[in-house]
Design a protein around this ligand. Structure first.
Ligand SMILES: [Zn+2]
Ligand SMILES: [Zn+2]
Ligand SMILES: [Zn+2]
Length: 161
């Protein structure tokens, strides 16, 4: 198996470009309006493969001379991006990460490195169906699931050995 791109040196501008391109397509398909601010928020979330909190996004926007958007504006933009499946919220970090397979409904599992915070999204059908089975045995209907797994990425494991 090849390592996910996020762990390797790569041209990250390409990740951002691809994410923005996909976002424009998806919003068009959904009849949703990807305003300039929403697009800027999305590109901030995508600035790295590390989850980013709303206030960090807000700071980045003001640093760039985008004025000082009010926190609710940024939260609304994040809600919009989430509703359109472009970003995911990581509850344990209260932060957001860009979805690398946007445009289709999926439940995700996130591998979060406790050292560098690089987060890789996996959307394993077998994990999802195992969860579904567990829930069904308890008469529980899953609407949505998001599993956050903390550990060490290959780079950080190497750095320690
Ligand atoms: Zn990248
Ligand atoms: Zn996703
Ligand atoms: Zn790491």
């Amino acid at each position: 198996m090849t390592a996910p791109t996020a762990y390797e040196k790569h041209d990250h501008h390409q990740c951002i470009d691809e994410a923005l391109l996909a976002a424009r397509k998806i919003c068009k398909k959904n009849g949703a309006r990807l305003t300039a601010l929403r697009e800027q928020v999305l590109s901030k979330v995508w600035q790295s493969h590390r989850p980013l909190g709303a206030y960090a996004i807000l700071e980045l926007l003001s640093d760039e001379g985008q004025g000082h958007p009010a926190p609710p504006t940024v939260y609304r933009a994040l809600d919009f991006l989430q509703e359109n499946g472009l970003v995911h919220r990581l509850a344990s970090l209260n932060a957001y990460i860009g979805c690398d397979a946007p445009g289709r409904a999926h439940d995700s599992q996130f591998l979060i490195c406790r050292h560098c915070q690089i987060t890789v999204e996996v959307a394993s059908d077998s994990v999802s169906s195992a969860l579904k089975t567990c829930a069904e045995r308890r008469d529980f209907a899953i609407l949505h699931s998001s599993v956050e797994i903390v550990g060490e990425c290959p780079n950080c494991q190497q750095a320690q050995s």
